[in-house]
Design a binder for this molecule. Structure first.
Ligand SMILES: *Cc1c(COP(=O)(O)O)cnc(C)c1O
Length: 278
């Protein structure tokens, strides 16, 4: 079953929209990827809050609560028997003749359907490599917008060079985040990550990790990391809905911790593992 606006479709190809959906023409919409473990949503409230934030920031009038989106998503899980996977959901400004200003009358278009996701166990055991890519995105990275062009290009660059993820840096100086993940460094037992402002997308996994750090009494500094500091880190890892906590063992040629997984990263991986036993 897939959700399209107010309807549920059994067969995915029956769910159709218009080529003039502003999602296609302008990327005028927002999205979420929500993880499901043991048949239950992981941090659904936080995802729905962030979705409402993204909608508000681009002035799409859709009220997550009054549309009872949560209930519909719970149904979607049940109907599709999703046990271990994820739901992709997007809301666009709707269908209108192609013209830049917001249409006077358009109804937001929503769709949501299950996507297969499996835990990246190999990457979590062995760590991944990242490559630095200049952050050429716009300055509202805090909105989970459908416009992912530079994210896509950066990820492609990384893959072409044999790295799993790109690490963005801005102004020839500080690192921001990964192309689809948040970045964390560890120095002298402290976790350092970019503050949740307009330069990064505040990941739900990032939020989970900051809570974990508090529980485990691991000190956190939310501040910019410079490129010079990057080389001096003891450990590094990325976090996202699909990568969970994945250690980073090298950035370009530079290796951390002799290419092995650091102690703080390991503690957070173990802590996260407990969180997802829903
Ligand atoms: C979605 C996303 C993340 C990770 O967010 P999660 O909610 O943890 O999945 C990080 N950075 C970018 C650019 C993203 O789009």
């Amino acid at each position: 079953m897939i959700i399209l606006n107010n309807q549920d479709f059994k067969v995915r190809n029956d769910a159709k929209t218009d080529i003039e959906d502003r999602g296609y023409t302008f990327g005028d919409g927002v999205y979420e990827v929500i993880r499901v473990y043991n048949g239950k949503f992981f941090m659904l409230d936080e995802h729905l809050q962030r979705l409402q934030f993204s909608l508000n920031e681009i002035a799409i009038s859709y009220d997550v609560e009054s549309e009872k989106l949560q209930e519909r998503l719970e149904q979607l899980l049940e109907q599709n028997n999703v046990v271990d996977g994820a739901i992709y959901l997007q809301i666009t400004r709707g269908i209108a003749a192609r013209n830049h200003p917001y249409p006077k009358k358009s109804t937001p278009e929503l769709y949501a359907y299950p996507i297969p996701v499996s835990r990246p166990l190999e990457a979590q055991q062995n760590g991944i490599g990242m490559t630095l890519v200049q952050d050429m995105r716009w300055l509202r990275c805090d909105i989970k917008s459908l416009n992912l062009l530079w994210n896509v290009m950066a990820k492609q660059k990384a893959h072409e060079q044999g790295y799993k993820e790109a690490l963005f840096y801005r102004d020839e100086n500080h690192v921001t985040e990964g192309s689809s993940s948040n970045f964390f460094g560890v120095k002298d037992g402290k976790v350092i990550t970019h503050p949740a402002n307009n330069y990064i997308l505040n990941g739900i996994t990032r939020i989970a990790i900051l809570r974990l750090c508090e529980q485990l009494q691991i000190p956190v500094e939310e501040r910019e990391l410079t490129l010079a500091e990057l080389e001096e880190l003891d450990e590094a890892f990325i976090a996202s809905t699909t990568s969970e906590v994945t250690p980073v063992v090298n950035i370009d040629e530079h290796k951390f911790n002799d290419g092995t997984i650091g102690e703080v990263t390991k503690r957070l991986q173990d802590g996260f593992e407990k969180l997802i036993q829903l």
